[in-house]
Ligand binder design. Structure first.
Ligand SMILES: Nc1ncnc2c1ncn2[C@@H]1O[C@H](COP(=O)(O)OP(=O)(O)O)[C@@H](O)[C@H]1O
Ligand SMILES: Cc1cn([C@H]2C[C@H](O)[C@@H](COP(=O)(O)OP(=O)(O)O)O2)c(=O)[nH]c1=O
Length: 220
């Protein structure tokens, strides 16, 4: 049985995920929980090698999707599942919802095939053998693609995904919206176009609302 807590951060590039993940880890640490911050693609030596290929080498949509799931399987087996079994809080910057949004929405890869690959990659990992491992909460940092592009232009040199045109990110955002509608309460939508302190407060409040942090954490 899973005793830990698995929370993922999602949203288009430039939404503010990386800016807020450490604050949530600190809030859990203050509440006496061990929090592990990790990311996808990546999080293990093998998956970080695959990340380099994904971010910089040209490839077709199927190759991209297979590499993303290969990286995820290694990350789950080596890092996420053992941490959850130890009772830790795992905070992951992107997970399978990103595959539905980027490869499904952005690249147009078949949604049903993605569901089958998800089932394959996230089942039989030793925690709950018959169940597909999924996050308990997904914090979806939602903001208009135009605003995310403006933030990114001021922040860093683009990788292979960030260099895509605005229309790509509009499709990715639609992919996230579709996934959120399908996932129901697992998704918490964060108004990521607001000032940082509001975004941080909403993020903490979503977690506190579920009883995983003390309520005063939400007010901090
Ligand atoms: N609420 C916010 N308001 C304005 N700028 C922000 C906000 N949150 C993050 N940023 C800035 O936007 C850029 C992208 O943020 P980042 O956290 O790297 O996004 P992501 O990890 O989702 O790609 C960074 O320069 C960051 O400082
Ligand atoms: C996890 C995942 C990420 N990606 C893409 C989205 C991002 O553009 C890129 C790297 O994600 P990310 O770590 O958010 O990039 P950065 O550190 O530059 O903010 O990988 C996919 O296309 N599919 C996936 O399943």
């Amino acid at each position: 049985m899973t005793t830990g807590l698995f929370i993922t951060f999602e949203g288009i590039d430039g939404a503010g995920k990386s800016s807020h993940i450490d604050a949530l880890a600190r809030a859990f640490a203050q509440a006496g929980r061990t929090a592990l911050v990790t990311r996808e693609p990546g999080g293990t030596p093998l998956a970080e090698k695959l990340r380099e290929l994904l971010l910089h080498d040209a490839m077709d949509a199927l190759t991209e999707t297979l590499l993303v799931f290969a990286a995820r399987r290694d990350h789950l087996a080596q890092v996420i599942v053992p941490a959850l079994a130890r009772g830790e809080v795992v905070l992951c910057d992107r997970f399978t919802d990103a595959t539905f949004a980027y490869q499904g929405g952005g690249r147009g890869f078949d949604w049903q095939v993605l569901s089958q690959m998800e089932q394959l990659a996230q089942t039989g990992l030793g925690l709950e053998p018959d169940l597909m491992l999924n996050p308990q909460l997904t914090l979806w940092f939602d903001l208009p693609p135009e605003l995310a592009a403006r933030r990114l232009a001021a922040a860093r040199a683009p990788d292979r995904f960030e260099a895509q045109p605005l229309e790509f990110f509009t499709r990715v955002a639609q992919g996230y919206a579709r996934r959120a509608a399908e996932a129901g309460p697992r998704f918490a939508r964060i108004d990521a176009d607001r000032a940082r302190e509001h975004v941080a407060a909403q993020m903490l409040a979503e977690v506190a609302e579920r009883g995983w942090l003390p309520a005063q954490g939400a007010a901090a």
